[in-house]
Every structure is written in C-alpha cells, then in structure tokens.
Design a protein around this ligand. Structure first.
Ligand code: CU
Length: 680
C-alpha cells in the first residue's frame, strides 16, 4: 500500500505536530513516537506490527489532517455523553430517531405511527392499539399501522426549547402525534378532522398552539367527503388547523381548536412569526395552477401542470385573529366537530394575503428574531428574503398587484422583497447559527451554502452575501443546526439530511440507506466531519442541548400509567397479585420482578376475554422486563415502575407459554409462565 504524496505531506505538516504532539507527550510516551520521527514501515498495514501511536495510526489509515481532526472532533470516549441530541424523523418508517451529536450514535428509536415489538408498541399493548384504531379513517377502514413522519418539533417556552414535548405530524393521513420527552413515548395520536393529509405542524412560541396545514386539498364539506376531481376549483379546499394544546395533559383539545379554509393550492411548509411578525403565519404553496394530473385522460402530469405559472403564492395569514373570530359564532360553522372559518370570512376579515414567490417553493423559514421570511423556490437558483416590515407596510398601503381567483389580495412582490441571494441550483431549506448566518440546502447542486442575514444581524455592506459553500453527498433535503428555529440558535454543528447515499457505504442490496452528514460550522469554513447511515426517510430534525433533555431513568412511581402520565388505576402491588373472573372476562393482575411473573399459571376457557395487567415493581435503572406471549401477537415492554396491559379474546384453545423478552438477570431464561386455554 502506498501513501498518497498529498496525504504524506499533510501528515508531516506542522498542523499535525501541533495537534497531536502535545497529546502524545502528555500521555507519557517516549519521544520516538512523536510525529515526524522516522518510523517508516512500523505503522503500515502488512508490516506485522499494529500501529500504536497517533501518527502511526494516521499514516496507516492514510488520513488527511482534516480527517484526523474530524475523528477527534466527533469522538465521544466510552462512558461519556454527547453534547446535543438530534430528534430526527424516520419518515415512512413511522418513527423518530434520537442521535447524539457529535458522535452521531443512534441512542433511541421512538415508535409513533407503526408497531415496534421491542418497545411493545402496537403489539397487543392496549393504549397503542387504541391510538392506531381511533386515529384511523373509520370503523370500516383498515387500522392504520404506519405514518409518514417529516418534521419533529420540540416544544417551546418563550421561543426556546423546553425539552418537554415533541409533536410530529403524519403526512400520509393528516394526524398529529404528541410524545413526552420525559419517557420518550407517544401519548396521543390525533386525527385532524376535515383533512386527508398534511406536511407539517409547528408550535407557537409557548407551545399553546400547534398549527398544521393540509397538503392535498379535499372536498371536506361535501356529502360522503366526495366530489369529482372536475369540481376541484369549487369544492376542494385546503385547511390550516389551529390546534389548542394542553401542556399539562399533553393532549390536543379539539373543543378549543379551529380551522381556516384556504384555496385548493397545495399548502406546504409553514412557520409562525415572532417579534415583529408575531400573530402571522407564513405558508408556502405549490400548484396554484390548480392542476390535478390526469395522465391517462389527456392531461399533463402534476409535475408539468403545477409548473405553468412563474410564481406561486406565499400565504400571509393572521392566525391569531382567527382565534379571536372563533369566539364569535357568526364567524364560523362547525364541521365534523371542529369550528371552521370559511375562505369568504377569511377574505372579508382581511386575514389572508398572498405574495408571489418563486414557483414550486419548498422551504419557508424565519430569521431568529422574526424579521425576515426566507423562501426557496426549487426551480430558482436564489434564496428570497422577504422583509416583515415591508409586508406590513404593503398590507396597510393596500399595495396590491391584484387578486387570486378566490378574491385574496396579492401583494406586490417588489414591495415585500428584501434580498434575492444567488446561492445555487435547487435551494430548499434554510437554518441559522448564533452569528446571524443562514445556511441553505441545495438538492440539485448537492451543497450547503452559507450566507449572511441583513440588519440587525449584519450591516448593509455585509448583508445577504454568500460566504461559503460545501459539497454534500448526495442530494440534500433538509439541514439542521442546534436550536435553529428558536429565538437563540446555537450554531457549532450542522447536519445535512441527504436523500441518497449512492457509494458512501458498501452495497448491501438495491435499497440504500439515507445519509446524515455532520458538518463543523464553528469556523469561517464549513468542514464535513462524518457520514452516518440512517433508517427510513430522514426529512427533518431538531437539535437540542443534552442538558435540556430531562428524561426519567425510571418512572416516578411504581405502577405508572405511561399513556396518561400518572399512577395507574390498575397497578398491582407486590403480594396482592390475583386472577379475577368477571363474567367472560379474566383479569390477570400481576407483577414482574427479577426473575419471575406472579402469576405464572393462568387458566382460562376458550372464548374468554383475557386482560393482562403487569406491574414492574422494580425501581432499579434499566431493569426492564418483557412479556412475550405465544400465538396471540403480544409483546410488552414493562419498564421499571410501569404498569402495562394487553387484552384479547382467547379464541383458540391450547397451551401458550409466555416469557420475558428483555434479558434481565442470570435467571432470565427461567422467567416464564403458562396461559392455558381450555377447550369449550
Ligand atoms: Cu425479565
């Protein structure tokens, strides 16, 4: 094996000497291991001796100085913790993934819309099964066991992460799930009425409200929710849902929520204003052409039909005024159990304006203080920055260029635009650091481009300038920096969430993983530090300092009802275990502790309804037990302190062993029991 000359030069550089020399000497090693000393051959593969010193390792692995520095920057020693937690969407894998930064170690997977037998989610556990069923489309429709997670959102207090809740919507079905960051478990799956999909839901700055927009318009007011696609312009509508969130219970409160009807444009990403933009919501839209596809009916595909106009509409919606209107019963109608403010009322009340935006936009992002709206049109090689002050002036001056087909005023583009920054091809999303810089992902160029915000972040001569660019592998979608969407972004790292990995990993079959790339943004130049494969489609993430995550290591009380975050009504104390029959139902009120179940023999009759209620009476950290029951598709994870339940009708007679599926002790294999279903 030969060492590339450029790498050898790099290895001998003063940089390496400065970086590692002190470490080696500090470790008490002899001077012979110093970088630059003649160790030829001693560290090269095949020479017999394994490389030992840092310089030998660097040379043996053929690392550049940047690569060696990246290894040190991302290394978290055994037993030490990461600095940040990244909460990442798992896309159509229906879950959320938690990664440590900078190590990029996968720390946890939180099942949300789909089953996960490890955590006993949707595998017979009562509450998750109920959530899947109740958030499905109806009694006659299949139980939904997947969702499409795009944008996990950490709850906010005064515009900063508080580490309490995660909300995440389901693009495939127009649902929202609420996860507690105390135990990282899903507490509610809410099916938003009058919608069939969404793309995104965002918190208000104190997480009292969650705002969610439909992606696909639908004929929600029509009989049986149906109207021919030919009636698209008249009967299909978009919806902005303003959902009240009760922080104490961790639940969306439908009775206090409302919806705003919008034209049948595909409403896409959105943000809520803060500071000067407080009270306003900004929503991107695509397909303002109102094309519907129809490739076998002589019409163009949507990708063509939706690209006819040069501009789409950035929606500027006064969402706080809608909350006030929803208190006046003349201003809304109740449709499918929720207050809906009609599009006509929205126009009459001057709550909605449009601003032309580069066609087929994707990202809409807010500068940290709320002064600018940053929009990227996928087909425009620029990032557009709109000034909120200019938008407000244009509204008060009625500086309109016309109205859309429904009568919504369209503000003049030039009257609202602050800057048009030439960043590259396929700009998508923008995030921010603590120094007033923006970073935009470019899908077509496969780059992240760094640029400067305008005043008050940078003075006019330094504002809106591209200052750096880094290549990404490959086809980046979202990108994220710590606390980017809050009042106080933290900078330091940026994660690129890339759609394609192509050749970054050994080929392990045609389906490739997506690729997360960690980038150091602490200096003037961005430096790629590492690649990490990920599971499912990693649309977006949020990154929170680890000290803000105050998760429990065991439940606060023995007999804890995780779904409702309180002491369980059906917890069993040790010594009070019992099997109770009430009619055809057999209740098994049991406990688990290393290493046995009480009871470990349960006798029922064919046709009985069986309800297992297991309380893990352990308080030791990590002392989780499982409950895997043959044949009835049940596996529970009974975490320390938790009470978990599973119920089913014992239709088939037979002998069904159960056992602990979470290795818990030296006698774990003996932690077993019998469900005996006697034939009728
Ligand atoms: Cu066990």
């Amino acid at each position: 094996m030969t060492i590339r000359p450029d790498r050898l030069r790099g290895w001998r550089s003063a940089f390496v000497t400065a970086l590692f020399g002190s470490l080696i000497l500090g470790c008490g090693q002899s001077g012979s291991g110093k970088p630059g000393s003649d160790q030829a051959g001693s560290g090269t593969p095949g020479s017999g001796a394994a490389p030992q010193t840092i310089d030998e390792i660097i040379r043996a692995k053929n690392l550049t100085p940047d690569e060696a520095a990246a290894a040190l920057k991302t290394f978290v020693p055994p037993g030490k913790h990461d600095e940040f937690i990244m909460v990442t969407s798992g896309g159509q894998a229906s879950n959320i993934l938690l990664y440590g930064i900078p190590s990029m170690r996968l720390l946890k997977m939180i099942p949300v819309y789909g089953p996960d037998s490890w955590q006993g989610w949707g595998t017979g556990e009562t509450e998750s099964e109920r959530m899947f069923k109740e958030s499905s489309f109806g009694e006659k429709m299949p139980k939904l066991t997947w969702g499409d997670i795009h944008h996990p959102q950490i709850s906010l207090t005064n515009g900063k992460y508080d580490g309490e809740w995660i909300a995440v919507s389901d693009k495939s079905a127009g649902r929202i799930a609420i996860i507690s960051m105390r135990d990282m478990k899903t507490k509610q799956i809410y099916k938003t009425p009058n919608t069939v999909s969404d793309h995104h839901a965002v918190w208000s700055d104190d997480s009292e409200w969650l705002v969610q927009n439909t992606f696909f318009p639908a004929p929600y007011k029509e009989d049986k929710n149906f109207a021919p696609i030919e009636d698209y312009k008249t009967k299909y509508r978009g919806i902005a849902s303003i959902l009240k969130f009760d922080r104490k219970t961790g639940r969306i409160v439908p009775e206090e929520s409302l919806q705003i009807e919008l034209p049948p444009y595909f409403q896409d990403m959105s943000i809520l204003g803060r500071g000067t933009s407080d009270g306003w919501m900004f929503i991107n839209s695509i397909d303002t052409e109102m094309a519907t596809g129809g490739t076998l009916e002589g019409k163009p595909a949507l990708e063509v039909g939706a690209s006819g106009r040069e501009m789409d509409y950035l929606h500027v919606l006064n969402w706080k005024k809608a909350i006030t209107l929803a208190k006046d019963e003349k201003k809304y109608t109740v449709v499918n159990g929720i207050k809906v403010i009609s599009l006509q009322t929205v126009i009459d009340e001057s709550m909605l304006y449009f601003i032309p935006e580069s066609k087929s936009p994707h990202g809409v992002d807010l500068s940290p203080g709320g002064e600018y709206i940053i929009v990227s049109g996928k087909l425009d090689p620029h990032v557009s920055a709109y000034s909120v002050e200019k938008i407000k002036s244009a509204i008060s001056d009625k500086n309109f260029e016309g109205k859309d087909d429904y009568g919504v005023p369209v503000l003049k583009y030039d009257a609202c635009l602050e800057a048009h920054i030439p960043t590259g091809l396929g700009p998508l999303h923008s995030v921010f650091d603590e120094k007033g810089n923006g970073y935009t992902s470019h899908f077509l160029d496969s780059t992240v481009v760094k640029w400067t915000l305008g005043p008050p972040y940078h003075q006019a001569d330094q504002a809106w300038k591209v200052v750096d660019k880094v290549a990404i592998h490959y086809n980046i979608g979202h990108l994220q920096t710590p606390a980017s969407n809050t009042k106080k972004p933290l900078g330091k790292y940026l994660v690129a969430l890339n759609k394609w990995s192509v050749d970054r990993y050994p080929s392990l079959g045609p389906l490739h993983p997506q690729n997360l790339q960690l980038i150091d943004i602490s200096g003037p130049k961005m430096v790629v530090l590492s690649d990490t494969p990920t599971i499912g489609e990693p649309h977006n993430s949020q990154i929170i300092p680890v000290e803000l995550v105050q998760a429990w290591s065991t439940y606060p009380e023995t007999g804890w009802d995780a779904a409702h975050m309180r002491k369980s009504d059906v917890a069993t104390e040790q010594g009070k275990e019992a099997i109770e029959r009430k009619g055809d139902t057999v209740y098994v009120n049991g406990t688990v502790i290393r290493s046995h179940y009480t009871p470990d023999i349960v006798r029922v009759k064919q046709g009985d309804r069986v309800v297992f209620r297991w309380t893990n009476v352990e308080s030791a950290r990590d002392a989780t037990h499982g409950f895997g029951l043959h044949g009835y598709n049940v596996n529970l994870s009974i975490d320390p302190g938790a009470t978990e339940t599973a119920e089913f009708v014992a239709e088939m007679p037979g002998v069904y062993p159960y056992y602990c599926t979470e290795f818990c002790s030296a006698l774990h294999m003996e932690m077993t029991g019998w469900l005996l279903v006697e034939p009728k």
